[in-house]
Each structure stands twice: as C-alpha cells, then as structure tokens.
Design a protein around this ligand. Structure first.
Ligand SMILES: Cc1cc2nc3c(=O)[nH]c(=O)nc-3n(C[C@H](O)[C@H](O)[C@H](O)COP(=O)(O)OP(=O)(O)OC[C@H]3O[C@@H](n4cnc5c(N)ncnc54)[C@H](O)[C@@H]3O)c2cc1C
Length: 470
C-alpha cells in the first residue's frame, strides 16, 4: 500500500485522537506506591465509605453543612441493613430488617429533612404468640415467658450507674468489673432472671447474649430503649423504611457510587486521602481531605487499605456474630401467628443458636418473616437450608401442606463486633477512639458504638464539628 500525504495525515490524526481518548480513558496515578490506571478523578471535601445507616446520615448532614461528599457503597442501593420487601401481588411493603427508631428529635428532624413521615409504633411485632421447640417442631402450650417487670426494674437501676455507655465507648478506667462479666453472670448477680427471655428476644443478632460482656448488652439494650418500650418507637407511616434511603439517594444524586468496590486507599499524603474505586462505569479515584469510615472494620473487609500497624492490630481483634433475615413463602403455616422458638434445654428457655429466633406475620397472606442468629458467621447455604427444614417440622395446628421457599434472604453478617473482656479492660476502645481524625479518617458505625440507628446518628452528629473543621 502506498502512503499518500493525505492518508498519512489522517492516520496521524487518528493516532492523535486515539492517544487523547486513551489519555482521557486511562489516567495514571500512584497509590500505596503502585501505579494504577483510572478512568476519572473526582475531588470532594469528604469521601464516605459505606452507604448504610451512618454513611447516609453523614452524607446528608455534611451536604447540608456545605461540604461536598462522595459515598462509596458496594451494594446496589443505600440503606445497609434496612431492607423492604414489596409484595409483587399486592404491592404491600414489609420491612424485614430495621423496623423502628427511637422517638428523638434527631430522628424526627432527619426524616423531616428527607420528607418521610413517621408514626408511633411498638417494637413488639404483631400476631398472637405461640411457643414451639423449633428443634423438635413440637408446640409448648404450657410455656410462658413470665413477667419481666421485676428484672427490668432492677436492670434499669444497673443501667443508671453507667450513663456513658449509651453515648459510645468512652469508658471509665479501670472498667467496672460488672461491665466485663458475661451477661449471664451479671443477670444472676443482680437477680434479673425474670427478664432473661425478653432480652434474648430483643437483643437479636448479638449471638449468645448471655456469654457477651455486659457492656455490649447494656449498649444495645439501654435506658432509652426501656423508655421507648413504654412510650412507643417510631416507624415510617408507609411501613416502608427504605423510603428514607430512596429519598436520600435522590437527594445525593451523582454523589453516590453504588455497586462499587474499593480497590485501594492511600492516606499517606498530608493534604488528601485517595480512594480508588471500581464502579460499573470504570475506575474512579476519589480525592478528599477527609474520610468517614462506616463499614465493619474487619481485616477481610479492608483489602487494599494502607492500614497502619496500630489499625491492623486493633481491627484484627474483632470477632463477630451472625444475623440473617428471610421471608418464607408457601410454608403452609398460618399467616397471622407469631411463632417463638423456645428451648427446654437452655437456661432462659431461649432459642439454641444457630437457629431461628422466630417466625412472625408480615401482614401479607402466605408470607412470613424469619430471623436467624448464630454466634459467628455461617455459610448462606447452611442458613437457608436450616430455615426451610425448621419451618417444615413445626407442628402448628391448622397447618396446610406447603412447599416452603424463601421469597428473599439477606445476610447481615458480620453483625455485632466484639472484643474479649481482657481487651476492653486493657484499653482497646481508648486506642480505637484514638484513631479518630488520624490519617484523614473519622470513624462511625456500629462497631464504634452499637447496633442502633438512632444512637448511631447521635454519635455521628457529635463527630461532625471535627469533620467540618478545616
Ligand atoms: C435484622 C435487623 C434488624 C434491625 N432492626 C433495627 C431497628 O429496628 N432499629 C434500629 O435502630 N436498628 C436496627 N438494626 C441495627 C441497624 O441496622 C444497625 O445498627 C445500623 O444499620 C448500623 O449502621 P452502620 O452504618 O454501622 O452499618 P450499615 O447500615 O450496615 O451500613 C454499612 C454499609 O457499608 C456497606 N459496606 C460494607 N463493606 C463495604 C465495603 N468494603 N465497601 C463499600 N461498602 C461497604 C454495606 O453494604 C452497608 O450498606 C437492625 C439490624 C438488623 C440486621
């Protein structure tokens, strides 16, 4: 082929164009000493890692305080543990994970800001309760959980000694020995036995609540919860708690990266942190002066992070419980009953874990809500199989033949992150909180306080002045 002057120019122009397209498509940056190609670079005041309860709250509040934000979330939606099933037949929503919040100004203001209406609600669930030994499937018609009132009153008196545990992990040292006792021993020491069954049901997700250090139980089941049990919690008027996150997603617009995986985090620069993210439309580098960290700080969740020796040594100490939710379809079980798992072989007749806490109505015919717990993480296949086989063996009067299947299933694991009493006494949380503000990073989320969205929003709100300071 003969190269003429004009097609030589065209080819040269084509190469230039290609080169410039490539330059746009792949910029080169260095993170943690490794050169990487990125498709685009965005700069924000704050990059928020995780778009669940605290990540979304941080994004909305920081935006309102005049900061530019970018949220990085691995799932295809904001909301984390908040999940709503929409029945395809009736369109009826059912919240099968987060159900209620505390009746507090911070909660009401946040929902008003996102234009989601709230109503009062009890946390007790609906449906007449019936007790079954889920291991044998047999009903326990004579079982009663008893009156928890005396135990609850004595527990409230104990809680009043440690008001600071409801605000975070700013503990008093030496840590009071009662807070380090396995909760089962604490119950006996202070004659709280009558509330044993109630607390097991309420503190779902904590694994073996009676083996956990009392500190974690008090943080999860504190005085404001006791108050709200009496006066009522809040839930969404539409009974669709995901609305909060749908409205937040619309509000935040392009400042959310969904379905996005963190490839690397480099916080070595004095001026800014760099977060390299694989998004559905390419690799994005987010540069920001501050990071808000809201994800479970387990080492396996932090691949690609430039963890310091201290961060690594702290995060590796966390153990976690397992918590799973599902909606059961075609089980043949009545749709209006609340079935509680009771074991004749446990101290407070609480469910033996791993296993189902119970099966409750969804308000939708033929669909039932299932909660499942374990002391550590389990494979999803094992949990699903156990849910189906347990449901199949329940000998409930009036049961019809069913063909049980899971309409939805969700893994909320790792759930409660804990460290042993010795670590707590030795200042683990003092060192953990010492990380606040170091290396551009501010920490919030359940591992830094407790699994309670309302209390977590309070905790996050208290961090904002530090995050917004120049
Ligand atoms: C079944 C169930 C019922 C509950 N009921 C209530 C209730 O009624 N009221 C209440 O107040 N609380 C309730 N909770 C607890 C509440 O959901 C949690 O306390 C709260 O969601 C914790 O907020 P968070 O921001 O720490 O975590 P999450 O809300 O879980 O948010 C973390 C987010 O980070 C994302 N993420 C994780 N790792 C990465 C990563 N590597 N990269 C990017 N993104 C990542 C996750 O996908 C998630 O969206 C319930 C929890 C469960 C599981």
């Amino acid at each position: 082929m003969t190269l003429t002057a004009s097609n030589a120019l065209l080819s040269f122009g084509g190469i230039l164009l290609l080169a410039s397209l490539r330059a746009e498509a792949a910029l080169s940056v260095t993170l943690n000493g490794t050169p990487c190609s990125v498709d685009n670079i965005v700069t924000r005041d704050v990059c928020i890692i995780g778009g669940g309860s605290t990540g979304t709250y941080s994004a909305i509040r920081l935006s309102d305080l005049g900061k530019t934000v970018m949220v990085v979330e691995e799932k295809n939606r904001l909301g984390g543990h908040t999940e709503t099933y929409h029945d395809p037949v009736t369109g009826t929503p059912h919240d099968y994970s987060v159900v209620v919040w505390h009746d507090l100004d911070i909660v009401r203001n946040y929902f008003a800001r996102l234009n989601v209406s709230l109503v009062k609600s009890s946390a007790g669930g609906s449906g007449a309760k019936q007790y079954f030994d889920f291991q044998t499937g047999k009903p326990l018609p004579n079982y009663s959980p008893g009156d928890p009132t005396p135990g609850l009153a004595a527990y409230a008196a104990q809680l009043a000694k440690y008001p600071y545990v409801e605000e975070g992990f700013d503990l008093h040292y030496p840590v009071p020995s009662d807070l380090l006792l396995p909760f089962g021993q604490f119950v006996k020491k202070h004659n709280l036995q009558s509330m044993g069954s109630l607390i097991f049901g309420f503190a779902q997700g904590l694994g073996d609540v009676f083996a956990q250090p009392t500190l974690y139980v008090m943080k999860n089941f504190g005085s404001d919860i006791l108050k709200n049990i009496k006066t009522g919690f809040l839930t969404t008027a539409e009974h669709d708690n995901s609305l909060l996150y749908e409205h937040a997603t619309a509000d935040l617009g392009p400042n959310v990266l969904l379905n996005s995986q963190i490839l690397a985090v480099d916080r070595s620069d004095r001026e800014e942190a760099k977060v390299l993210v694989k998004t559905p439309s390419g690799v994005t580098l987010v540069k920001s002066r501050k990071l808000v960290f809201t994800i479970p700080p387990k080492l396996e969740n932090l691949r690609g992070w430039d963890l310091s020796a201290l961060e690594r040594s702290l995060f590796r100490q966390f153990s976690n419980s397992g918590y799973y939710t599902a909606i059961l379809r075609n089980s043949g079980l009545p749709s209006n009953l609340s079935l509680v798992n009771v074991s004749p072989h446990t101290e407070y007749n609480h469910a033996a874990l791993p296993g189902l806490y119970g099966i409750t109505p969804t308000g939708i015919e033929n669909l039932l809500d299932v909660k499942y717990g374990s002391v550590n993480g389990l494979p999803d296949d094992q949990v699903k199989k156990d849910i189906l086989s347990t449901a199949a063996r329940l000998q409930v009067p009036g049961r019809t033949t069913g063909n049980p299947e899971l309409a939805v299933y969700s893994r909320h694991t790792p759930f409660e992150l804990t460290v042993p009493p010795k670590a707590i006494a030795g200042g683990f949380y003092k060192r953990l909180y010492g990380l606040q503000g170091q290396r551009h990073t501010y920490y919030t989320g359940a591992a830094f306080h407790t699994h309670d969205s309302s209390l977590l929003w309070q905790f996050t709100e208290a961090l904002l002045p530090n995050i917004t300071a120049v």
